[in-house]
Design a protein around this ligand. Structure first.
Ligand code: PMP
Length: 427
């Protein structure tokens, strides 16, 4: 039983001692004290199905015993900065991670977060190409430091950062975009940005394969292939931000970009890489990695032994428990059930995504696609009371994000959809 302070007490302290900018879900935020696999438990021992934990813990589920054991064992033997001495934890994980990537994407840099990984990727692209301009996609999220906040393209996440050389291309959004699901048409905008907005040479193109924060928007089919071609013709490198879609989540592939048949020059990752342990990584080719030889690049904790031990255990568990296959099977089933709900309720404008990265967009009318913001908040809150936690996102805050730990089962999927169905039937 939990004997710590109550939720009210924690909230009071949080208001007094933590930044007022911190936000939380639900009218009355939950005090979560414990996690196991796809479940979270509050201070009263009440169990919740966690259908949003993927944004932090992804792969193996909360407190997976093998990952916990790897972290504990490594902590008992050594925790240090990895850069100065040899230690097998970092090389073993780098080797295992590189084996998951195609072609000659074999050189790994470890960081502490997704933001850091994308900052490093953008800097390397600028160094390698000698160009400055970067193209990212509207509605994307890439981080909260200077270059990554500039690349991020949703006003809610942007402060008045100096946005040097970044251009935001039309979002190839099959539901709301002007060219529907014709990816090649959207890619023409990338060419036009290069022609009209730059010297004709660019450093990089950066994109998620499925936008996470942006509300689970999968790039229209054929988009990445065309965009990569155009960018490479202008001398740029292609960066795939796999912070959310990576590590088997999309079910059909280990990496999100693979569904579009492309091979990036640089891949960035974080979140699920360590099952909740703070870590990120950049993987690229030896040729591109050489640019960091021009100066010294140092990152105190990037690739420390404890985080690497966690990462190594995560890859093992994903393979042993066939979590990518599970994401495909359960995700396909869940998407079918959500699509059936869409037939039942006009409120659901779109059901989309892949594997266990699914989105449900709510609109007050299907013709104009008016965002049903209040309904989204209300349903989320009601589902919490029924014991199901889901996320939300999108520029208008009207998209449910369903990104559970990859050990989610069909029974869990049924429980989630039944809870959503019941809640919607009461509106
Ligand atoms: N890229 C994507 C696609 C993300 O979703 C996020 C986090 N929401 C980031 C980068 C930044 O990661 P972090 O919060 O670890 O800095």
């Amino acid at each position: 039983p939990y004997e710590g302070p109550s939720g009210e007490e924690i909230l009071r302290k949080r208001k007094e001692f933590l930044s007022p900018s911190m936000f939380f879900f639900y009218n009355k935020p939950l005090n979560i004290v414990h996690g196991r696999r796809q479940y979270l438990f509050d201070e009263n021992g009440r169990r919740y199905l966690d259908a949003f934990g993927g944004i932090a813990t992804v792969s193996c589920g909360h407190c997976h015993p093998e990952v916990v054991e790897a972290i504990v064992n490594q902590t008992k033997s050594l925790q240090h900065s990895t850069v100065l001495y040899l230690n097998n934890a970092i090389t073993d994980f780098a080797e295992a991670l590189a084996s998951k990537l195609p072609n000659d994407l074999k050189v790994v840099f470890f960081t502490n977060s997704g933001t850091e990984a994308n900052e490093l990727a953008l800097m390397m692209a600028r160094l390698y190409t000698g160009n400055h301009d970067v193209i990212s996609v509207r509605n994307s999220y890439h981080g909260n430091a200077a270059a990554t906040m500039a690349a991020t393209a949703q006003s809610v996440w942007k402060f008045n950062v100096i946005q040097s050389g970044v251009h935001h291309a039309l979002n190839p959004d099959p539901y709301r975009g002007m060219f529907g699901s014709d990816g090649e048409k959207y890619a023409r905008d990338v060419q036009e940005i290069i022609d009209y907005g730059t010297s004709g040479n660019v450093a990089a193109f950066i994109s998620e394969a499925i936008q996470g924060v942006g509300g689970i928007v999968e790039m229209a089919s054929g988009y990445l292939g065309e965009a990569y071609k155009v960018v490479r013709n202008a001398g740029g490198l292609c960066i795939a931000d796999e912070v959310q879609a990576g590590f088997g989540r999309t079910g059909t592939h280990f990496w999100g970009f693979q569904a579009q048949g492309v091979v990036p020059d640089i891949v960035t990752m974080a979140k699920g890489i360590g099952n909740g342990i703070p870590m990120g990584a950049v993987v690229t080719t030896i040729e591109i990695a050489q640019v960091l030889m021009r100066r010294s690049y140092f990152n105190t904790f990037g690739g420390n032994p404890v985080c690497c031990a966690a990462g190594r255990a995560v890859l093992k568990v994903i393979d042993e428990e066939k979590l990518q296959e599970n994401a495909f099977a359960v995700g396909t089933y869940l998407k079918q059930r959500l699509a059936a709900l869409q037939h039942k309720y006009q409120l659901i404008g779109d059901v989309r995504g892949r594997g266990l990265m699914l989105g449900v967009e709510l609109v007050t009318d299907r013709q104009f696609k008016t965002p049903a913001k209040a309904e989204t908040l209300y349903i989320m809150d009601q589902m919490k009371d029924l014991g199901v936690l889901i996320g939300k996102g999108g520029c208008h805050g009207n998209v449910f994000r369903i990104t559970p730990p990859l050990c989610f089962t069909k029974k869990d999927a049924d429980f989630l959809v039944d809870a959503m169905d019941y809640t919607m039937s009461k509106i």
